[in-house]
Design a protein around this ligand. Structure first.
Ligand SMILES: C[S@@+](CC[C@H](N)C(=O)[O-])C[C@H]1O[C@@H](n2cnc3c(N)ncnc32)[C@H](O)[C@@H]1O
Length: 376
C-alpha cells in the first residue's frame, strides 16, 4: 500500500505508513490481554497524544537518570556519535517522541555541514506533527538536513523499509533508537528478533544498516527504583493514562482510574522492571466483544495488570542480544556514572558498503519525497 501524505504544504512532510489504515487492533489486544492468565494491557496505550506529554514531563524529573544520562552522553560525545552516521545517508529515528535529544544530534550535522536525510517515526500523529514543526523551524535555514515524518508502528516501519527501492540512493541507513526503548520489548529474544528484522529490511533495500541504540545499563537497584517511583504524580499519571486511552479505544468507560493503583516490580534475575495497575477492589471490566465471546472480565482485588516493562540490561546482555541479531557492538559511549550507554551496532552479516549507489545532485531525501508523492 502506498503511503499517504497527511499534511498540507506548509506543514511538515508526514507519510502515513500504517499498513492498516483503520489503526491497530488495540481493542482486540485489550480484550485478549485482559482475558489472559497474567492480565496485560497493550503498552501502546501509553503513547497516545496525552501520554506523550505526560512522559515528556515525567522524563525530566531530577531523579529520572535515563533522560539526564542520555543528554550527558549526547552532549559529551555528540560529535563522535554524529561522525558514525555516513554523510548523505538516512538517519531513521524510531519512536522519536518529543525529539529533545534529536535536536542536539541534528545541530551537530548542521555545524559540521554534513548532509543527512532524517526520518522520524512515531505512532502519535499529534506528537509527531508538533515535534516536526519544531524541528523544521530550527533547521529551516540548513540546506544539509531534510526532515520527514513517518506515522506508524515499528512493524509498519519494517514493511515500509523493505519495500522502499528508492532508498538505495542513500547507501546507508542509521537507525536511531533512543530512550532505552529496546528494553521495553518483553525479552532479550524479542530484542534480537527486532534488530534482525530491521537488518533484513535494510538488506532488501540494499542499504548498509547500523543502529545507534541507547540503553539503561544501570545495575543499581536503589537508583532504578528511585527514578521510577510510581508514587510520584508525574509517573502515576503517565501509567493511569493508559486507562483513558483504553476507554477511547473501546468507545466506552470500561475503566475508572479510581479503581487502580500503579505498582512496579523489579525482576532482579532478568533485570526487568515491570509496571502494573493493581485493582483496588474486585473490578468488573465490561468487554463488549462478540468475536472473543467475552462480556466482561473480573480483575480481583490485588490482582495486577501489566502495562509496560523497562529492562535494565547489562552491557554483556546487550552484546548477546546484538550478536544473536547479526550485529556487533562497534563502539559505546557512556555517561559519567556508567549507568547509561549509547551503542553503535554494525551489521556483520550484510555485505553492503556505505557508498551511495547513485550520486545525487540535489538532496536525495527531496527526490524520494517527490517520488513517493507521485505515487499517492
Ligand atoms: C520511551 S519514549 C522515547 C521517546 C524519545 N525517543 C526519547 O528518547 O525521549 C518511546 C517513544 O516510542 C514511541 N513508540 C512506542 N511504541 C512504538 C511502536 N510500536 N511503534 C512506533 N513508535 C512507538 C512512543 O510513541 C514514544 O514516543
Amino acid at each position: 500500500m502506498s503511503p499517504t501524505v497527511l499534511d498540507l504544504e506548509d506543514q511538515p512532510q508526514i507519510f502515513d505508513i500504517r499498513q492498516n489504515y483503520d489503526g491497530l487492533d488495540l481493542k482486540g489486544e485489550i480484550v485478549r490481554g485482559l482475558g489472559s492468565q497474567l492480565p496485560t494491557l497493550p503498552s501502546l496505550l501509553l503513547w497516545d497524544d496525552q501520554g506523550q506529554d505526560l512522559f515528556d514531563r515525567f522524563s525530566q524529573t531530577p531523579t529520572y537518570y535515563p533522560f539526564h544520562g542520555e543528554i550527558e552522553v549526547l552532549s559529551r560525545y555528540g560529535s563522535d556519535i554524529g561522525a558514525s552516521v555516513p554523510a548523505e545517508g538516512a538517519l531513521l529515528e524510531l519512536g522519536c517522541g518529543a525529539v529533545r535529544k534529536t535536536k542536539s544530534i541534528l545541530s551537530g550535522f548542521r555545524q559540521q555541514q554534513k548532509p543527512v536525510n532524517y526520518f522520524a517515526l512515531d505512532v502519535s500523529h499529534q506528537g509527531l506533527t508538533t515535534s516536526l514543526v519544531e524541528l523544521r523551524k530550527l533547521f529551516k535555514d540548513s540546506p544539509f538536513i531534510t526532515i520527514t515524518g513517518l506515522l506508524g508502528t515499528y512493524d509498519d516501519c519494517v514493511a515500509w523499509l523493505t519495500g522502499l527501492k528508492t532508498m538505495r540512493a542513500l547507501g546507508s541507513m542509521t537507525i536511531l533508537w533512543l530512550g532505552n526503548s529496546i528494553a521495553n520489548l518483553d525479552s532479550h529474544d524479542q530484542a534480537s528478533a527486532f534488530l534482525a528484522r530491521f537488518g533484513t529490511a535494510c538488506q532488501h533495500a540494499r542499504l548498509a544498516c547500523r543502529f545507534l541504540v541507547s540503553t539503561d545499563i544501570c545495575q543499581r537497584d536503589e537508583k532504578v527504583l528511585e527514578a521510577y517511583n510510581v508514587g510520584r504524580p508525574e509517573y502515576r499519571d503517565f501509567l493511569l493514562n493508559a486507562l483513558d486511552a483504553a476507554n477511547l479505544e473501546l468507545g466506552y468507560e470500561a475503566f475508572s482510574a479510581d479503581d487502580w493503583t500503579p505498582a512496579s516490580w523489579l525482576d532482579e534475575r532478568e533485570r526487568n522492571l515491570h509496571f502494573y495497575l493493581t485493582a483496588k477492589y474486585d473490578v468488573l471490566v465490561p468487554l463488549t466483544s462478540v468475536a472473543e465471546g467475552t462480556d466482561a472480565v473480573t480483575i480481583h482485588k490485588g490482582q495486577r495488570v501489566r502495562v509496560v516493562t523497562s529492562g535494565k540490561w547489562s552491557e554483556e546482555v546487550m552484546g548477546q542480544i546484538c550478536g544473536k541479531a547479526g550485529f556487533h557492538i562497534q563502539q559505546r559511549w557512556k555517561d559519567d556514572s556508567g549507568d547509561y550507554c549509547i551503542f553503535l551496532l554494525k551489521n556483520v552479516t550484510a555485505n553492503i558498503s556505505d557508498r551511495r549507489v547513485v550520486q545525487p545532485t540535489a538532496g536525495v531525501g527531496e527526490k524520494i519525497l517527490e517520488l513517493k508523492k507521485r505515487k499517492i
